[in-house]
Ligand binder design. Structure first.
Ligand SMILES: NC(=O)c1ccc[n+]([C@@H]2O[C@H](COP(=O)([O-])OP(=O)(O)OC[C@H]3O[C@@H](n4cnc5c(N)ncnc54)[C@H](O)[C@@H]3O)[C@@H](O)[C@H]2O)c1
Ligand SMILES: O=c1ccn([C@@H]2O[C@H](COP(=O)(O)OP(=O)(O)O[C@H]3O[C@H](CO)[C@H](O)[C@H](O)[C@H]3O)[C@@H](O)[C@H]2O)c(=O)[nH]1
Length: 329
């Protein structure tokens, strides 16, 4: 009996794998290593290199490893790329999930927890955003995640595969002592890019727009620590094991920080000043995204432990400082 983590060599998946192992679970990871790293996978987990779009391979893994639940992180997730190469996103995110669900129904694996995103909401009509709010994605990435959620809904109705869709807001930070962390190439996320300045890898951070309708004119986001996210996944697995119905949960800290505030906090975390330059807006960026995670708190008993933004960035800094070239070190 084991939990299968698809995409467990990636940033969020590898943190979830560590947490599962810390709680005594047997863990199998399937990852094609397109963006993941072998070195990020805990040595007590079984890593099987392969693609979720390979039905025969997935069926074999599910049966032979006696999988009881799947946690599904495997996807493409670059918003900009999803607009220029949308079919790549339909292929990996939508078709990949379809193959995975088909293999799960055939192998009689009836529970799945998976990565959705705040990008399913598009431009919010109100903040904090609640799960029942309109879902009108403004990019292909969010659209494919919404399609995955809908596929789960109908698969549950027809075959009884129960799911928990976790809509994360902005994921940040790294495991304690920086043992693993975020290593994307190319990197597009604000916090690791900001930290490249004190690392000496870039001379300034570009601030995408200072004319938004926010107090300082820069975009506001809700940053959630990756270990709090890992905890939420395990709670979601337990929720499904208890026989509960499929459900959708937002996961965020409920507090927004502007791009300028993130740069200020990063200066404190790294103990150095960080040069910035105002650049044009990035297409498709909503001004403010902040989550209401009341449902996850009430239903899953989840409570984020990392609420201090300087602390969250300091944990990321510890990883980057000690892994200047990511997992290549
Ligand atoms: N990072 C964020 O801020 C964020 C926010 C919201 C949602 N998400 C979602 O969370 C999930 C994980 O994000 P991440 O930042 O850890 O990304 P990541 O790229 O670091 O991890 C994804 C992992 O999946 C693997 N993978 C991709 N396609 C695969 C396939 N077809 N078969 C097997 N393995 C495959 C990759 O090699 C990688 O290890 C994604 O689904 C993403 O859309 C991320
Ligand atoms: O060099 C940079 C990089 C980012 N930003 C700004 O910083 C904010 C955060 O940007 P990120 O790229 O770090 O994160 P996003 O909010 O665009 O997107 C993230 O969160 C989304 C949900 O909120 C999706 O899930 C998506 O996958 C995930 O990357 C945005 O206002 C962006 O314009 C900059 O100013 N300069």
């Amino acid at each position: 009996m084991a939990v299968l983590v698809c995409g467990g060599a990636g940033y969020i998946g590898s943190h979830c794998v560590r947490e599962l192992i810390a709680r005594g679970e047997k863990v199998v990871v399937v990852d094609n290593l397109q963006t993941g790293h072998k070195a990020a996978v805990h040595n007590e987990a079984t890593l099987i290199v392969g693609d979720i779009r390979d039905y025969g391979f997935m069926l074999k893994v599910l049966k032979e490893q006696e999988i009881t639940e799947v946690i599904h992180f495997a996807a493409n997730s670059l918003v900009g790329e999803s607009m220029t190469d949308p079919l790549k996103y339909y292929d990996n995110n939508v078709y990949g999930t379809m193959v995975l669900l088909k293999a799960m129904t055939d192998a009689k694996v009836g529970r799945i927890v998976f990565s959705s995103t705040a990008a399913v909401y598009g431009e919010p009509k109100r903040v904090p955003i609640r799960e029942e709010d309109d879902t009108e994605p403004t990019n292909t990435y969010g659209e494919t995640k919404l399609a995955m959620e809908k596929m789960m809904k109908w698969t549950d109705k027809a075959y009884g595969v129960k799911f928990a869709a976790l809509r994360y807001f902005n994921v940040a930070g790294a495991a304690e002592k920086g043992v693993i962390g975020e290593d994307h190439s190319p990197e597009t996320h604000l916090i690791p890019l900001v930290l490249q300045v004190p690392l000496g890898k870039r001379d300034r951070i570009m601030v995408y727009g200072d004319d938004y309708p926010t107090e300082d004119g820069t975009c506001i986001r809700d940053y959630i620590h990756v270990d709090d996210l890992a905890d939420a996944h395990i709670r979601a697995v337990e929720y499904l094991r208890e026989g509960n119905d499929s459900n959708v949960f937002n996961l965020g800290n409920g507090k927004g920080f502007s791009v300028n505030e993130i740069i200020d906090a990063a200066e404190k975390a790294a103990g150095q000043s960080i040069r910035k330059e105002i650049a044009p807006r990035r297409a498709g960026d909503p001004a403010v995204l902040v989550a209401s995670s009341e449902k996850a708190k009430k239903v899953l008993g989840w409570e984020p432990k990392h609420t201090d933004i300087v602390g969250i960035i300091a944990s990321a800094w510890e990883f980057h400082r000690t892994h200047r070239n990511g997992f290549e070190n």
